[in-house]
Design a protein around this ligand. Structure first.
Ligand code: GLN
Length: 186
């Protein structure tokens, strides 16, 4: 509904993975997994208000064990706690995030970092007005870190990155996510 869903769709095309750009609440229950893209979490939250039922539908997917991956603003939506400023979230991932923690747009950057469980090579990591993960709960696994901060984490079926893997040509992170998504029935 908002953010860079088209770039995630482009990765799904490259990987020949079936996908749907969700526009209606009724489409969610049939999906085997969900990606919450980067964008502007404050805007996304308006779509997730309790009246829309969308937040609850995403929580239902999570409770069914379906894989959910949030990138940047998507990670902010999944977090248990959001600061700078405090805002509502889905409470699906036991992390605390500080929004815009690197500074303004001019402080956005492309870096390289290791995610040993996902790839043998360093991965390009695009940070755009990114949050910083300030706390991870005991059940949260850090899959990659930069400058001492976790930048990609996973708690069971819920995964989040503060950077944008959909903006690089290396699809390792999406492949890792898709490996946990059940094949659709044909
Ligand atoms: N700064 C945005 C927010 O706080 C996130 C930016 C992004 O997704 N690239 O919601």
């Amino acid at each position: 509904m908002q953010g860079d869903f088209a770039m995630h769709a482009a990765v799904m095309e490259r990987l020949r993975a079936p996908y749907l750009l969700v526009k209606h609440l009724s489409e969610l229950p049939d999906l085997a997994g969900l990606i919450l893209p980067g964008g502007e979490s404050t805007t996304m939250l308006k779509f997730l208000s309790s009246a829309s039922g969308l937040g609850q539908a995403i929580k239902n997917m999570a409770a069914q064990g379906k894989p959910i991956f949030g990138t940047c603003a998507g990670a902010i939506l999944l977090a248990n706690e959001v600061v700078n400023p405090p805002q509502e979230s889905l409470h699906l991932l036991d992390i605390s995030v500080e929004r815009n923690a690197y500074g303004r747009q001019i402080d956005s950057s492309v870096r390289a970092g290791l995610c040993p469980e996902i790839s043998d090579e360093a991965l390009e990591m695009v940070f755009i007005r990114a949050p910083v993960i300030r706390r991870v709960g005991a059940n949260v696994k850090v899959l990659g870190a930069l400058d001492g901060h976790p930048v990609i984490v996973r708690q069971g079926n819920i995964m989040a990155s503060t950077f944008h893997p959909e903006l690089t040509r290396d699809d390792a992170i999406h492949r890792y996510f898709l490996a946990g998504v059940d094949e659709p029935e044909r």
